[in-house]
Design a protein around this ligand. Structure first.
Ligand code: GDP
Length: 432
């Protein structure tokens, strides 16, 4: 069975740990969207790995990792990540494949993004300014540079013309000292020399894996609420992290996905700007941030923290077809006397139980909470469901009820072993 692992909130749900845990049951881990702003943190035997572009499956020696056409690739960031992995003793040789249809992030994308964020003044998106959005803009503007374009490079070819035009646009937008397009062209050709051995037709490769009975794990980056179509637009990423992205971002058909696992934190966080109905400000938010170590893996930015939002969860279940949920960071709630769950929103126009499509409505929403008792006995490190305090089990049962999908896996710590896989759950089947 092939399984997609997708974030159900605003990213940072702990997908990296779950992908890493599931990986031994798969032969391929494939990433289908986003860029190197993703930061998946995985602890293995106490050693910390932060992955940005390379799928978390790389930490398992027998697994091949794939970066699909839906991902945008900054060669500098990719090479730096490969070097970090190599320094840590993780070999990526012949275990990493990159789609020839993937688009590149080039230095001018970063500059354009910085200018466009600054121009937004008080309506900034809070992007990481790594050039990811502008690279996707070029893709949809049909002027992007694809990895395939680097293959037949020459002084007057399509690649040279593309870069010349894109650099001219950069010089108009960014101003200041003009960039010489030939410098960028040369950098790109140099990047090709290192990229070339990794590049393949990913769709053909995955078809071959399926035909030979291999199992594929699809790894989503960011989360449902940051999806460019289904998230809190415009405070979103530039790609489709939801289930549809698997198909377009890798070139696989509907039969290629057998199951969808939604990753949701036992509370909610988000980075960047945009409405967040269950956000906790002041001491309560600070305390959740400290207990959960909620600081961005890529940027170090403090994450905004709040209670679990079942309106968001139910929406993510619907958009992605989550069949099972993995509830992560339950241990972060240890010791709280009471825990709140938002079951619907109160809005001047009436109560709202389906996630609204515009941020203005969302900004006017007040969470309606159900308050549940907390637990004093810690859940940290618990590996059997029956060993959880009864209040924690009741909390999980309530989450299942209001989110509309069963919780098959509970994460009680950052290490692989600090995990509960529930007996008879779909996750338990997927792990076989
Ligand atoms: P991702 O982008 O969805 O992979 O999430 P991040 O890696 O940005 O953030 C998840 C963070 O939480 C990482 O530092 C993980 O090591 C950590 N983490 C994952 N699961 C758990 C858990 O169950 N409990 C605790 N305390 N930390 C966890």
């Amino acid at each position: 069975m092939n399984i997609a692992v997708i974030g159900g909130q605003w990213g940072d749900e702990g997908k990296g740990k779950i992908v890493d845990l599931l990986t031994p049951s798969f032969s391929v881990v494939a990433r289908y969207q986003g860029g190197h702003n993703a930061g998946h943190t995985v602890f293995v035997g106490g050693q910390k790995f932060v992955l940005h572009l390379v799928p978390s499956g790389i930490l398992h020696a027998d697994v091949t990792c794939v970066i699909g056409n839906g991902v945008v690739i900054d060669p500098v960031a990719l090479f730096s990540e490969l070097e970090t992995l190599s320094d840590a003793g993780i070999s990526t040789q012949r275990r990493l494949l990159i789609s020839d249809r993937a688009h590149l992030i080039l230095p001018y994308h970063r500059e354009i993004e910085a200018v466009s964020e600054a121009n937004r003044k008080d309506r900034q998106i809070g992007t990481t300014s790594r050039g990811i959005g502008p690279s996707y803009e070029d893709k949809y503007g049909r002027r992007g540079v694809r990895i395939r374009d680097l293959r037949d490079h020459g002084p007057e070819d399509v690649l040279a013309l593309l870069i010349r035009d894109n650099v001219a646009a950069r010089n108009r937008i960014v101003g200041g000292e003009p960039l010489n397009w030939q410098v960028t062209h040369k950098q790109v050709i140099e990047a090709w020399r290192r990229l070339q051995p990794l590049v393949t037709d990913v769709s053909v490769y995955l078809d071959g894996v399926a035909r030979s009975g291999g199992r594929v794990l699809y790894e989503g980056a960011q989360g449902t609420m940051l999806d460019v179509d289904h998230g809190t637009y415009p405070f979103v990423s530039a790609s489709n992290g939801t289930i549809g992205g698997v198909f377009t971002g890798l070139g696989v058909g509907a039969q290629a996905v057998d199951g969808v696992l939604g990753i949701l934190k036992a509370y909610t966080t988000r980075v960047g700007e945009g409405p967040f109905p269950t956000e906790l400000l002041g001491d309560a938010g600070d305390s959740l941030r400290d207990s959960g170590q909620e600081f961005g893996a890529s940027t170090g930015r403090p994450r905004r923290c709040g209670w679990y939002d079942a309106v968001v969860a139910k929406y993510a279940v619907r958009i992605n077809g989550f069949q099972n949920l993995a509830l992560t960071k339950l241990d972060v709630l240890d010791g709280l006397s009471e825990i709140k769950v938002c079951k619907e929103y109160r809005h001047p126009g009436g109560s709202i139980s389906e996630f609204p499509s515009d941020v203005t409505t969302l900004e006017q929403c007040e969470p309606v909470y159900e308050t549940l008792p907390g637990w004093s006995h810690p859940t940290a490190g618990v590996t059997r469901f029956e060993d959880l305090p009864v209040e924690a089990r009741n909390y999980i049962a309530y989450i299942e009820e209001v989110s509309g999908a069963p919780v098959g896996l509970v994460s009680t710590g950052s290490d692989r072993d600090e995990t509960i896989v529930r007996k008879n759950s779909l996750v338990a089947q997927w792990l076989q």
